[in-house]
Design a protein around this ligand. Structure first.
Ligand SMILES: [Fe+2]
Length: 329
């Protein structure tokens, strides 16, 4: 620690500074940041034949693409359809048909998809055996519809590296949010071959890290916080460590919770970007209105973020025969 200045020295400096001319306040010295890419992140669309969800999806796409400046890229965040994890193949096909039709009618922007747990066909009856004539269980059907060669992948765009993860690890009659060893090893290898100077955006359906996961449900009822392993990645410790060790992962986007939050941890910002469907087309989910994330990526590795609400109002008079009001993420 430096010694304290004497009273005489303090008086001398004060007198000297009083003699200095007043300098004009400089305008912002930093040059204007260069935009790399503008992204609309539309997650948890949950399209279905009921509740005018197709119209809601079309509205959201239109609003996102009419924003100015216009987005260069749309990222979907999984749970594209209401659900095919516990439905018949016919019901699943009906939902995918609406999804494809709305995209065909409305999409004018490049798009990249991410798989959600509700896009995994027949996950909840995986153990009971495949029925005759049904498409293959699991993620393959959604991958075929979306034109994905693999459930996780990476690509480069506008100087940023994008990593799309597959969060859903199916269990018997359920799922956990985690990467299996094969995917985790792929992630570490992909990070390793990406220069540390290249900014990275990670997209996953289920949050790797989220504050809102604590508040979805009575998670404190035992006297301790208990966050389900299907709310937030149970392997967050090793994923966040891998991001930290690389140092280039600036942003990790997710959905799943139908809530909006932001967590900054070890140099990465984790954004949970609400839901296009809000409460599955029944209005707001907790405090979260239907909407999407708007993210601007800059060349210098920084970003801006805003949650844009669509103003969608639910038509609660529409009934869904056989579909309960209670819904799950
Ligand atoms: Fe969802």
């Amino acid at each position: 620690m430096a010694p304290h200045p004497s009273r005489r020295e303090v008086l001398k400096w004060t007198a000297a500074s009083a003699l200095l001319p007043t300098l004009p306040v400089l305008a912002s010295a930093s040059p204007k940041k260069e935009v790399a890419l503008r992204i609309a992140h539309l997650t948890d669309i949950h399209v279905q034949p009921e509740l005018k969800a197709g119209i809601g999806m079309a509205d959201a796409l239109r609003i996102a693409q009419e924003r100015r400046p216009k987005p260069d890229l749309i990222l979907t965040g999984g749970d594209l359809i209401m659900d095919c994890s516990g439905t018949s193949a016919t019901r699943a096909q009906d939902q995918w048909d609406i999804f494809n039709q709305v995209l065909k009618n409305e999409l004018t922007t490049p798009i990249e998809h991410c798989l959600g747990n509700h896009d995994v066909f027949a996950m909840y009856r995986y153990s009971k055996g495949r029925q005759a004539g049904e498409p293959e269980y699991g993620k393959k059907w959604a991958m075929e519809i979306l034109g994905l060669g693999h459930p996780y992948r990476s690509f480069d765009r506008a100087g940023w590296h994008f990593i799309v993860l597959d969060s859903t690890f199916p269990q018997t009659d359920s799922y956990t949010a985690k990467l299996d060893d094969e995917q985790f090893e792929w992630l570490v290898a992909d990070l390793k071959k990406t220069p540390k100077t290249t900014p990275i955006l990670v997209l996953s359906h289920i949050p790797i890290l989220a504050a809102c996961a604590y508040f979805d449900g009575n998670n404190e009822k035992t006297g301790n916080w208990v966050v389900p392993g299907s709310w937030m990645h149970i392997d967050a410790r090793r994923i966040t460590r891998a991001f930290y060790e690389h140092g280039g992962v600036k942003l990790a986007l997710s959905g799943h919770m139908h809530l909006v939050d932001r967590v900054d941890y070890l140099g990465t910002t984790y954004l949970c970007n609400g839901a296009v469907s809000g409460a599955w087309w029944r209005g707001n989910y907790h405090e979260c209105e239907p909407g999407f994330g708007e993210v601007t990526l800059y060349r210098d590795g920084t970003f801006d973020h805003k949650y844009v609400t669509t103003g969608w109002t639910a038509d609660m008079k529409v009934s869904i025969p056989g579909v309960p009001v209670e819904v799950v993420a």
